[in-house]
Design a protein around this ligand. Structure first.
Ligand SMILES: O=c1cc[nH]c(=O)[nH]1
Length: 220
């Protein structure tokens, strides 16, 4: 699996990343969502350089321009709910893409441990398509793994791009060990060194879903 890290590359990407991490800027949920959206746009642009194009004639008022345009539209898949803002950023750039939504959530037991429960998926056929699966935080890696395997219930994708803004080193190791396919690329903004016992990334940013959409009660 190829791993591509967009952060720490002297670009505006790091400003948006710094803002979603910053505990004082996080007080503004509109800016938090907007930054997830902008990071989604930057990922989309970088991933677009790895898609297939065909030279197409475009009729202008004065003649014909030959322009490389996407050969086939990708499918943008995301894991609810934290993935929504980033998904909309990806969709702003890849605006003719098809869309797929997967719901997965942490189901806590009495001891405070949790399992990731997969519940719902709304998707077009994924057969022979490029799928871009986003989840802003890659912590243990289990949601992404479940999301990745869920894709195959809707067909066999040609290539899968997995996209997370912040990953833990443990999550990256887990994904590279459990997903062995050659036709998978892992796109990340940053890789953080640690996780809490409750699987929050350190330094990370906290709970991305809560920061974007407000606190929730845990599912039992
Ligand atoms: O640190 C983490 C880990 C998973 N999900 C989050 O929102 N934050």
């Amino acid at each position: 699996m190829e791993i591509r890290v967009l952060g720490n590359n002297h670009s505006v990407f790091d400003q948006y990343l710094a803002e979603i991490r910053d505990v004082s800027i996080q007080k503004d949920p509109l800016r938090f969502r907007e930054n997830l959206y902008r990071l989604g746009e930057l990922f989309a642009y970088e991933i677009s350089k790895n898609l297939k194009y065909e030279v197409t004639d475009v009729t202008t008022p004065l003649g014909i321009a030959k322009v490389p345009l996407l050969e086939k539209q990708p499918v943008l898949a995301t894991i609810l709910r934290a993935g929504l803002a980033m998904h909309n950023g990806l969709l702003k750039i890849l605006d003719r893409a098809e869309n797929c939504f997967i719901s997965a959530f942490r189901k806590y037991n009495e001891s405070g441990d949790f399992e990731i429960e997969f519940e719902y998926m709304a998707s077009p056929s994924l057969d022979d398509k490029v799928v871009i699966l986003s989840d802003p935080m890659l912590a243990s890696g289990r949601s992404m793994e479940i999301g990745y395997h869920a894709l195959f219930s809707k067909g066999t994708p040609k290539h899968v791009h997995l996209v997370s803004i912040i990953a833990s080193q443990q999550g990256v190791d887990y994904i590279t060990e459990t997903i062995k396919a050659e036709n998978v690329t892992l796109w990340l903004g940053a890789i953080d060194p640690e996780m809490t016992p409750k699987s929050y990334i350190v330094p990370g940013l906290g709970d991305a879903g809560d920061l974007a959409y407000g606190e929730k009660i845990d599912s039992k």
